[in-house]
Design a protein around this ligand. Sequence first.
Ligand code: SF4
Length: 246
Amino acid sequence: MSKGTAPAFTGSADELWLIIAECFGVEQPTFQGEGPSCGCPALFIRLSRCNLTCRRCDTKYTWDWSQFDPHEESTKQPVAHLLEWALSSPVELVVITGGEPLIQQRALISLVQGLLAAGKRVEFETNGTLVPDPALLMDGVQFNVSPKIASFGVSKEQRLVPAALEAFAACGRAAFKFVARTVPDLDEVAELVDAYGLAPVWVMPEGTTADALIATTRVLADAVVARHWHFSTRLHVLAFADARGR
Ligand code: SF4
């Protein structure tokens, strides 16, 4: 836990801003609800925009401009402002999510450098379709990589990018988190795990209500533990009823 001193920026001036959907966790504390750090106090910086169009996306306000107005749902914010916001909290973990945050990864380098210099640690939530910039592969950074399976309704060519998956598998800083609804979904996950050498594997039940989450957890549990994979819940759904900004 730490509050930091002024970070050293290394990006050029035109990189020092990001398109943001929302930031939360300072004014109203929360925790990481999913994956390896589930239950850890966390701040969230949610970037706007995505390179996929998953039909089961639960953050369409970051990219689906047929339903949402980008001028209402996103703001362009200086990296320095985001750092000041994050460093105002003693919470150590900062989750950078989206949308797809790595679309803006060149500008994110400065933000991550500043957060790490101030004693924070960073988790990226990414769909695993973009090769991470080597400058982001720093101590204190972890990638929660969530490749999409066929039921998300995106073409295989779009949702599975071998070069990106191989880069994450080799970087030593990635956990692979798959959202699933059915046992056959897990067979598809196993094929991807084997094809790309993905480890460690986390499975997370789909669901945006407590009832749905519990039901899917019970459908998947035996098949997940039989494969010796990790299992996650969605704690924010159970605790806060999937309220936006929690
Ligand atoms: S990759 Fe994630 S944010 Fe992007 S459309 Fe799919 S579910 Fe939504």
